[in-house]
Write a protein that binds this ligand. Structure first.
Ligand code: GTP
Ligand code: SPV
Ligand code: MN
Length: 591
């Protein structure tokens, strides 16, 4: 019974802020859970939830000798990625959501969702999950409370955010918080919706237990809702990694990079330098989300709102990313990987072992496709990264020297080019195109525009968003330099032209020499580019022909690209800043 449940809090010693208590009571009356549990984030609590999931058969401990503290979770086979087609931004004025979002009127969306939530938690426990996005003592951090009926979601939130009592205490001191209501429902795709109400700072998510659909602190709060708040408050919420690069002289620069889902953020954030760049040190601030604030010094400062990594598993091996490989051998929650006969996790691109059971728990049969789901993920605390940068906990964040935009493009986009100005860089970011990946349901490998890697995540009209980028830039007297990169160029026979991973530091090294004014570059119609001789290519395995392709601008193809970009901007109508059209006209004229 709802009233009984709302008083049988399993840990009533916590003091509950009245605003949260009121909302929990309302939700309990609607969803009618069997019990209510206020999460405090303690080790005992998490151990208890883990035991509960293991007893219920939802979580399978992996080989404790080789993968201590690691578990396997198999999601429903119809629930394996974000679902953009049923993700909505519900603003009073549909124009505010923009053509980049699906829109529904707030009243209609609430009615639809409340009908789904009615009685949805019967027989289940309602977990109240208070969390903080960003360091607990940071003025840039933001609070949220997720109500969920999934213990798996709670375990993920405990790793991905600063979850528990300290976050609730900040709310108790009167700070506003985002309300995120989540139920896995019956996991039926027909009753699956992810609704955002930016004007109310609230989220309602029903029918999925997976990743960005269900861990509401992540894409729903830290990007869609936060980007809306950031526009009003003069900052940016972005789908970016943040990485520290220290050269052999001991000088550190911080760089952020926006790449679309499953296009290399985690890997760049955890890069291992190649031999030729011995003496460089790479440290990780964040791998997925960055909140950027103009500082009093005219620089742009970045914090990572998250506390863990929800990273793509396939492709991780000791050669591509030794660091990630080591990090996920203990205390890691694996979702949708395969397992070997000795109960170790297995995935494509692992380079050792072989699968016994596939991600659905069936005996492995190549006829069924990949053994691990291509969007299989690891959930792991950021502090387990051997190159975790302690500045990730600095309440002020870190100042950025450069921002990279990039995508996965088999052709056209060169390895690297640099914007001439902030406004030109905003155009470059707005024009990013990338092949779709398994991170979202739908066809994989289709090139689509993904401005600033935010197509699925901007909580408002892209025209307003680009204007906001220009406005933020205008406040910076010492802005980061803006670049575009493409690690994914392919030859006619489908092989990558650039080795990627650790070797990407060769490109970053050139960028940092650009920042300090030391590196040569030549002007091209699309921006400044290095010649092969300007890059440190000692020991890299790339042919001269491949380098030629990687560093060339195909003018005819780029003229067509400019026409495509013009048409794309046209889809966003009069809210597109005229400055972007002017920048595009300048590039076109040069071509
Ligand atoms: P999300 O968590 O979905 O936002 O993705 P992400 O941008 O963090 O992507 P991630 O680093 O996990 O990389 C996704 C896939 O791209 C993995 O399979 C990687 O092995 C592969 N990848 C990453 N970096 C490179 C690279 O430099 N070159 C090539 N060829 N592949 C890469
Ligand atoms: C992405 O899709 O960009 C991710 C995974 O980082 S999810 O958390 O599902 O959004
Ligand atoms: Mn992401």
């Amino acid at each position: 019974m709802a009233t009984a449940a709302s008083t049988t809090s399993s840990n009533s010693s916590l003091s509950h802020p009245a605003a949260v208590e009121r909302w929990v009571s309302e939700v309990a009356a609607l969803t009618r859970p069997a019990a209510i549990h206020w999460c405090d984030g303690s080790a005992a609590e998490l151990a208890h939830l883990r035991d509960l999931l293991i007893q219920g058969g939802d979580l399978k401990p992996l080989n404790p000798a080789s993968f201590p503290g690691c578990d396997l979770y198999r999601s429903s086979p119809n629930d394996v990625a974000r679902v953009e087609h049923v993700t909505f931004v519900c603003t009073t004025n549909p124009e505010d959501a923009g053509p980049n979002n699906h829109w529904m009127a707030p009243a209609e969306a609430h009615a639809k969702m409340d009908a789904l939530f009615a009685g949805a938690m019967q027989g289940r426990t309602l977990y109240v999950v208070p969390y903080c996005m960003g360091p607990l003592d940071s003025p840039y951090a933001r609070l949220g409370v997720e109500i969920t009926d999934s213990a798996y979601v709670v375990l993920n939130m405990a790793t991905m955010t600063r979850m528990g009592a300290p976050a609730l205490a900040r709310i108790g001191r009167g700070e506003s918080f985002v309300k995120g209501l989540h139920s896995t429902g019956d996991l039926s795709p027909e009753r699956r919706f992810i609704m955002h109400f930016p004007e109310e700072l609230s989220i309602k998510s029903f029918g999925s237990g997976y990743g960005g659909n269900a861990l509401l602190g992540k894409k729903c709060h830290a990007l869609r809702i936060a980007s809306w708040q950031a526009k009003g408050e003069g900052w940016l919420a972005e789908h970016m990694l943040i990485v520290g690069l220290t050269n052999p002289k001991g000088e550190t620069h911080y760089v952020a990079a926006a790449f679309p889902s499953a296009c290399g953020k985690t890997n760049l954030a955890m890069l291992i330098p190649p031999k030729a760049l011995n003496g460089w040190k790479v440290t990780t601030i964040g791998d997925d989300i960055a909140w950027l604030h103009p500082g009093p010094d005219g620089r742009l400062w970045a914090i990572n709102p998250e506390a863990g990594y929800f990273g793509v598993v396939p492709g991780t091996n000791p050669k591509s990313n030794r660091n990630a490989w080591d990090m996920i051998r203990r205390n890691t929650l694996f979702t949708n990987v395969a397992v070997t006969a000795s109960n170790e996790p297995w995935w494509e691109g692992m380079s050792e072992g072989s699968p016994a059971l596939d991600w659905q728990g069936r005996p492995y049969d190549p006829a069924n496709g990949a053994a691990a789901h291509p969007n299989a993920r690891f959930t792991v605390a950021a502090t387990q990264n051997a190159d975790y940068d302690p500045k990730a906990d600095d309440p002020r964040g870190v100042p950025l020297s450069a921002i990279l935009f990039g995508g996965r493009r088999a052709s056209l986009a060169p390895l690297v080019y640099e914007a001439e100005s902030w406004a030109h860089g905003v155009l470059i970011g707005a024009s990013v195109a990338s092949e779709t990946t398994a991170a979202a349901t739908g066809k994989v490998g289709v090139v689509r525009r993904d401005p600033m890697a935010m197509k699925p995540f901007a909580g408002y009209h892209f025209g307003d968003y680009w204007q906001h980028w220009l406005d933020v830039g205008a406040k910076l007297t010492n802005p980061p330099r803006l670049f575009h990169v493409n690690w994914f160029r392919q030859s006619a026979d489908g092989r990558y032209l650039w080795p990627g991973f650790g070797d990407n530091l060769r490109v970053l090294e050139w960028m940092l020499r650009r920042v300090t004014g030391a590196a040569p570059a030549h002007a091209t119609p699309i921006g400044y580019m290095p010649a092969a001789a300007d890059l440190n290519l000692d020991g890299v395995e790339v042919s001269d022909a491949a380098l030629g392709e990687l560093l060339a601008v195909d003018r005819a193809a780029w003229r067509q690209e400019c026409r495509d970009i013009e048409a794309f901007l046209g889809e966003y109508g009069t809210r597109v800043p005229t400055r972007l059209h002017e920048e595009l006209a300048r590039v076109s004229a040069r071509l």
